[in-house]
Ligand binder design. Structure first.
Ligand SMILES: C[S@@+](CC[C@H](N)C(=O)[O-])C[C@H]1O[C@@H](n2cnc3c(N)ncnc32)[C@H](O)[C@@H]1O
Length: 177
């Protein structure tokens, strides 16, 4: 085996290992929202927004970039704790040269979200239980939350869309009262 082949092998192993460790740490893999889900999420968003949008667990960055194309005059901030997807999202950002998006490597549970006009997420039940409390305490009335697949426990969605995919996935929209 040539040196470069060995290097590629170990680099691949390191990347897969990092993804696995981060998946165990966060509780969810960086699986992106499907195209159908992304389209439905965008369709549930208001026509205009006049403050920051946060994507919680921004993964590889595609959803945040799509949101930033829809709302190009407000900051779109993606929080992602897994290192490999976060690096790739930075790469996409560099390629797209989109100036209103920022990808931050951070755990959103320790970030202040009070100025959010909209929250977008595709997480898992445990994270939604935490968010149900955090968002209730921090968000201002009128803020919008769009969640792929998972409900916010104790919150009443204002609108639900069902996708015609294998799992009949649901997209939830909440408006903070
Ligand atoms: C299912 S993926 C969704 C990716 C992207 N939002 C999308 O819809 O295409 C969930 C992501 O949330 C991240 N995540 C989970 N908990 C997190 C936390 N507390 N802080 C930051 N990122 C988190 C995971 O690392 C993973 O990349």
């Amino acid at each position: 085996m040539a040196i470069w082949e060995i290097s590629v092998f170990f680099a691949g192993l390191l990347i897969v290992g990092l993804i696995l460790v981060d998946t165990l740490r966060s509780g969810i893999s960086p699986m992106p929202s499907s195209r159908k889900a992304q389209k439905a999420m965008l369709s549930l968003m208001p026509e205009s927004i006049n403050g920051p949008v946060y994507e919680l667990g921004s993964g590889w960055g595609q959803l945040a970039l799509a949101v930033s194309h829809k709302f190009n005059s407000v900051p779109v901030i993606g929080y992602e704790m897994a290192v490999v997807p976060w690096c790739i999202s930075r790469l996409w950002l560099f390629v797209s040269r989109n100036s209103n998006v920022t990808f931050r490597r951070a755990d959103f549970r320790h970030r202040e979200l009070g100025d959010a006009q909209m929250i977008v997420c595709y997480l898992f039940p445990g994270a939604m239980t935490h968010l149900a409390q955090q968002l209730k305490q921090e968000l201002q009335p009128g803020s919008v939350i769009i969640s792929n697949t998972f409900r916010l426990p104790g919150w009443e969605p204002e609108k639900v869309l069902e996708l015609d995919d294998m799992h009949r996935s649901q997209i939830y929209r909440y408006i903070v009262q």
